[in-house]
Design a protein around this ligand. Structure first.
Ligand code: NOJ
Length: 571
């Protein structure tokens, strides 16, 4: 079926209108973590039937495209990021028939679907790896095997190498030991992966989110890394590796093929900088339409699950650098939360001011240039949770972190704060649909504990409620449907040094107004005068959206705690 496209009227006489408008630049994405979204078969794990039952909700919210975290057959060591069969749906999540019905239901509601593509590594249970252990051809070199490990570190373990008794050799895994890295140097491996990409595209999906896609190329000979690097040892040899662009172009030609013009590809790129983001989205290779970058996610933490102080001006300068460097050449995915991050409300906002700060942080994010991604539960103000014991941990990273601490003689209470602050499990607790048992997520005990606050923080309580995070998100998402300036406008940061107010100006030459986005990042009220180069009369200003009633109008703004507003300044 044909999806409705909203095409901007481009006037060739007008400059400032972005030449290539795309559906995905105008879209708000919604990320679903299937295991935690909605369980309909009563096993405590979310499933495809559960997502299908909530398509009406997604429609109500107004999102344009859903990204599903991995749903393929998997032993679940990393909740699906360890794939055992790329062409089969994991039985706990559903089957192909249910998947097709879900795709159809989404498309019937004009909502697109992108799948997670995890092709840097597989599960150790994948047939390829099992055969590789036996050195059976053609699989013997599908992975990286060495008689001795190098000094590279893994994200989830200490060393990036584990010994396999069967092959009597070490294999490389940049993540958990159950996630061996595929050997992209091997052209047969690449062909297998491109076939998988085409296979899913032929089934009618609208694109991919590509997992850690900028680590697929490793330096020839796998040399030791610099142990002094502030990042993982070895990362200089696998982040944006030497053949990355070659592989990306090949992936574009042989995998994405003729679909590439219509679909969207969102590349998760570890430690990427903005210039490289421009390179990978067209300047040097063509596989990616936009990148998921991380710099703003590193602001409040040091290596090793240690938090650190951060300031608003630092956040501004990171975002400004990304916005300005990518202005002409790249498109960004905007996010403050996802399945790998603690809840954005708890990091950038304030749980005590849940409605105000959740809506303020959303306004801040959506105010930038790029495609906003809403992570399930963010739209109702879900926040971080507490973990009373290690038995509550589910995430392989958190569990490994805790094991290392325990080995070092720590008890749980000594590291509990760090786990509560950084664990990815914070984002993976079940979606809170209502105040019934298990938050309406499941009739059985969920695979991960429901957050304590579900009786008050849930969809049912917020749906239709005037002052609710959910209803505010709907307005914010709708605004993007109606306002070309928020989608395509140029970005200008105002008051870069201000430590309490984040102020953005967005302008598009073809529009007869400028957007002014104001966010008070603190519980303290204040008076703020945006540094605008124009004199404003009252009739020049309208309020497009605000999280408080009757926001003050520029030029002098009296801002309430965590207040945010989007103004139109008319010419
Ligand atoms: C990034 C994914 O977002 C994360 O959840 C996963 O653990 C790693 N890649 C490994 O696949």
């Amino acid at each position: 079926m044909l999806l409705r496209y909203r095409v901007l009227v481009s006037n060739s006489d007008t400059t400032g209108v972005v030449a290539d408008e795309n559906w995905w630049k105008e879209a708000v994405f919604y990320q679903i973590y299937p295991r935690s979204f909605n369980d309909t078969d009563g096993d405590g794990v979310g499933d495809l039937g559960g997502i299908r039952a909530k398509v009406d909700y997604l429609d109500y919210l107004g999102v344009d495209c859903v990204w599903l975290n991995p749903i393929y057959a998997s032993p679940g060591v990393d909740n699906g990021y360890d794939i055992a069969d790329y062409r089969t749906i994991d039985p706990t999540i559903g089957d192909m028939d249910q998947w097709e019905r879900l795709l159809e239901e989404l498309h019937n509601h004009d909502i697109r679907l992108i799948m997670d593509l995890v092709i840097n590594h597989t599960s150790d249970q994948h047939m390829w790896f099992q055969q590789s252990r036996d050195e059976t051809e053609p699989y013997a070199d599908y992975y990286y095997w060495q008689s001795e490990p190098n000094n590279w570190e893994s994200h989830f373990e200490d060393s990036a190498w584990s010994y396999d008794e069967k092959r009597e050799a070490y294999y490389l895994h940049l993540f958990a030991d159950a996630q061996p890295d595929l050997n992209w140097e091997n052209p047969t491996v690449r062909d297998e992966l491109y076939d998988i990409v085409s296979w899913w595209l032929e089934r009618g999906i609208d694109g991919f989110r590509m997992d850690v896609i900028n680590v697929i190329s490793k330096a020839h000979g796998l040399p030791d890394g610099d142990p002094e690097t502030p990042s993982l040892t070895g990362s200089e040899h696998f982040i944006n590796g030497p053949r990355m662009h070659e592989y990306f172009n090949e992936l574009a030609d042989d995998g994405l093929g003729s679909y590439n013009d219509d679909i969207v590809t969102v590349g998760e790129c570890a430690e990427i900088d903005p210039e490289t983001a421009v390179d990978v989205t067209g300047r040097k290779s063509n596989a990616l339409d936009m990148t998921i970058f991380f710099e703003h996610m590193g602001l409040d933490r040091n290596e090793g699950w240690e938090s650190c102080e951060w300031s608003l001006s630092e956040l501004k300068s990171i975002m400004q650098k990304w916005q300005e460097t990518t202005e002409d050449g790249a498109w960004l995915s905007l996010y403050h939360s996802n399945h790998d991050q603690p809840r954005g409300l708890s990091r950038f906002g304030d749980e005590e001011y849940r409605y105000r700060s959740a809506t303020m942080v959303a306004t801040w994010l959506h105010g930038h240039r790029g495609s906003p991604f809403v992570y399930q539960g963010e739209e109702i103000g879900m926040s971080n949770v507490s973990f009373e014991s290690p038995a509550q941990l589910r995430d392989v990273w958190a569990k490994n972190f805790w094991k290392r601490q325990e080995r070092a003689g720590k008890d749980f209470e000594q590291v509990r704060d760090r786990i509560e602050e950084f664990s990815r499990d914070n984002a993976r607790t079940p979606m809170q649909w209502n105040d019934e048992p298990n938050a309406g997520f499941s009739d059985s005990e969920p695979w991960i504990d429901v957050a304590d606050d579900y009786e008050t923080v849930n969809v049912a309580a917020q749906r239709g409620a005037e002052r609710s995070v959910l209803e505010y998100y709907r307005k914010l998402i709708r605004l993007r449907d109606e306002d070309d300036v928020i989608t395509y406008g140029d970005f200008e940061l105002l008051a870069p040094e201000h430590e309490q107010v984040y102020a953005i100006k967005r302008s598009l030459q073809s529009a007869d107004y400028t957007l002014l986005i104001i966010c008070n990042f603190a519980a303290e009220p204040l008076t703020f005068e945006p540094p605008l180069s124009v004199d404003l009369a009252a009739e020049d200003v309208t309020v497009a959206l605000g999280n408080e009633p009757d926001p003050a109008l520029p030029p002098i703004l009296e801002l309430r705690p965590y207040e945010s507003a989007i103004y139109r300044l008319h010419d």
